[in-house]
Design a protein around this ligand. Sequence first.
Ligand code: SF4
Ligand code: SF4
Length: 435
Amino acid sequence: MLTFKGGVHPPELKEWSKDKPIERAPLPQKVFVFLSNHAGNPAKPVVSPGDEVKTGQVIGEPEGFISAYLHSPVTGRVLEIKKILHPILGKPIEAIVIERTSDDEWVHIETGDFERMSKEEILEIIKKAGIVGLGGAMFPTHVKLSPPPEKKVDTLIVNGAECEPVLTIDHRLMLERAEDILQGILIMMKVLGVQKAVVGVESNKMDAYHNLKKVFKGYPVDVALLRTKYPQGAEKQLIYAITGRMVPRGGLPMDVGVVVQNVGTCVAVKEAVVDGKPLVERGMTVSGDAVKNQKNLIVRIGTPVKDVIDYCGGIDENTERVILGGPMMGISITNLDIPVMKGTSGITAFLPKKSRPQKPCIRCSECVQVCPMNLQPYLLYLLSTKRKYDEAVENGLMDCIECGSCTYTCPSKIEHVRYIKLAKTVYRATRRGRR
Ligand code: SF4
Ligand code: SF4
């Protein structure tokens, strides 16, 4: 089975939700749509308080090349545009607040038969639909699908690994929406001008693997079986497992002729190009031992986390941690008013666990063995705590993909990633200051 060097195998914890068919969450009463709902420049609002908006209507326009359109997730009235703490950026960012006043009245994107459209026409629809990578990175999809001409892309890889413990939405999409995934892939293959696409699926989802195989029969789309190992779905690890190509340090997948998209993004591309539907909702998993009724859901962007949790029966009063995303790479939140974003693949909530205190490093090198980026996590941790940021960068600080494999495996319970993230932030800020 295909895989990469390093990694760990944490408990999968997918049994809570893997057999739960995708449901549609109720329409929210109020949504909070961050202008920064994608990587790159925040969108520019094109509505004002008091404006009536319909579902799918443009409420924010891109600013610059790496930016994305925003659409109203509901039919209602714009209440205000105010700053709210952005859980990823860690600072208050403007969000458009909309109160729902009725059921959906849709505004669709003008579209047609994609087989007759030019690559540029398709790209324009993907851009107009505000699609970003739904795996979590939120990178605008139309930009990813426009590699410069000197980068010869020959393969589209679709990420169906879903290696994060607990999350099961991609698994369900591969079972329930395989035809849409196929359409999305064929559309993106046309845009990229590639003859080959491969979907990578971990071996703990054999039903999804067989389903995709069946649906893709007769099309130039393969399904690769990957070993169940974390972080198998990280871009560089996925590319290596499937093609044997290594993305160079500081490089991008397109440097080795590959573009990677997530299965959820394939569905969004199909819905935009075939159905004219902008990205106003996404699939996500709500799970963890503290959640009463774990579910896989389609949720409107901007819905407060609290509303989503309430629909799942609420969380235990002893809940210790609520996380946006999965337990390995997700972000802990304390405020449940935070809204679902385009990159929110799940909400997980856990009961307290017995945790052991952090101890000094015993130089066992376990963290080095498991690091999928061939880094020395114990050293990065040490240099970060000593604020030797330049030295940390020389030792690969910026190559760390923050997967948490080192922390997971460390017998001394050292939280490498926490310090590495902080060191990266400080280094970026000081570099900006030096310019
Ligand atoms: S150093 Fe970074 S890339 Fe390596 S295991 Fe730790 S978190 Fe993952
Ligand atoms: S795994 Fe933990 S204890 Fe072992 S070398 Fe790495 S940091 Fe030190």
